[in-house]
Design a binder for this molecule. Structure first.
Ligand SMILES: [Zn+2]
Length: 289
């Protein structure tokens, strides 16, 4: 499932390809997408220009010139692409917009768990965000907020990091990677973390996400960026998907368990929850502190 680094990469790819472009027609509407809104798509989108592309959590936001907003969530297997007409794969395309200069905006989604919504004005959009109850962006977290929320719960760390009302953007991959970098066991409970461990965890999240954005996210299965390129971070993952392979730090086999209903990967030797002096950068060979 695309997480923050993948969605951020799509946004960065789409921005120069879309801003200023005009929607000439709606070639295909998204009825097959399980969570698509029901709108007169041609009427609301035709002849509109893209003014800006941004992100909130895992939502991709297209702001149009009439103050309307087209929102996309990639779900499990969604791909959002802007390519010349006739370029790229043609199966599983569930929404297509014809753009000027013979480009197409395409939403491709094999499993159809994506989400497509349209809001005609900023008020409706604001109401939607209120209902979503999203937590802060990982790079904009107030330290006091973070310390209070983590220390105030008996939930385990894996469940906490997946909770989008605490913090947006993390999914299974980067929650496991951040806990490994922070040397914290995923079953530890928030209330049992020391202040130093709590601070280390937040910095580990920032480091893991920064490095992953730099490498255009992880292509484990279907994810590609907005121009169709795959990500590269899957080559750098330290624990996710590495069950029984040796830990790059200590050589012990990586273990897999299930927490919060999700497969969870960790090193049983490195992640004992011993306090760290500081967080190293998230790269192989530079992990000592
Ligand atoms: Zn280890």
């Amino acid at each position: 499932m695309p997480e923050l680094p993948e969605v951020e990469t799509v946004v960065r790819d789409l921005r120069p390809l879309l801003c200023g472009r005009t929607i000439l027609s709606v070639i295909k509407t998204p009825e097959a997408i399980r969570r698509a809104g029901k709108h007169p798509w041609e009427a609301v989108l035709k002849n509109r220009h893209f003014e800006s592309i941004s992100r909130r959590g895992k939502w991709i936001i297209h702001q149009l010139d009439n103050k309307g907003h087209l929102l996309i969530h990639l779900g499990m297997t969604g791909q959002l692409l802007v390519q010349p007409k006739g370029h790229g794969l043609t199966d599983h395309l569930h929404m297509i917009l014809a753009l000027d200069q013979t480009f197409e905006w395409k939403f491709r989604d094999i499993r159809r768990f994506g989400n497509i919504q349209y809001f005609a004005n900023p008020t409706d959009l604001a109401l939607f965000w209120t209902k979503q109850n999203l937590g802060p962006e990982p790079f904009m977290v107030d330290r006091h907020y973070w310390a209070t929320r983590v220390k105030g719960t008996s939930r385990n760390l894996k469940a906490l990091l997946l909770d989008q009302t605490l913090l947006v953007g993390l999914g299974n991959i980067y929650a496991d990677e951040a806990l490994h970098l922070a040397k914290l066991h995923p079953e530890m409970r928030g209330q049992n973390l020391t202040s130093k461990q709590n601070e280390c965890l937040l910095r580990a999240i920032e480091n893991v996400l920064t490095e992953s954005i730099k490498n255009r996210g992880s292509t484990i299965r279907d994810y590609v960026g907005g121009s169709g390129l795959k990500g590269g971070q899957q080559l750098n993952l330290q624990v996710y998907g590495r069950t029984d392979n040796p830990c790059f730090t200590c050589g012990n086999p990586i273990k897999r368990t299930v927490l919060a209903g999700r497969s969870t990967h960790f090193c049983p030797k490195c992640q004992l929850g011993q306090p760290r002096k500081s967080i190293g950068s998230y790269t192989k060979g530079d992990r000592t502190v």
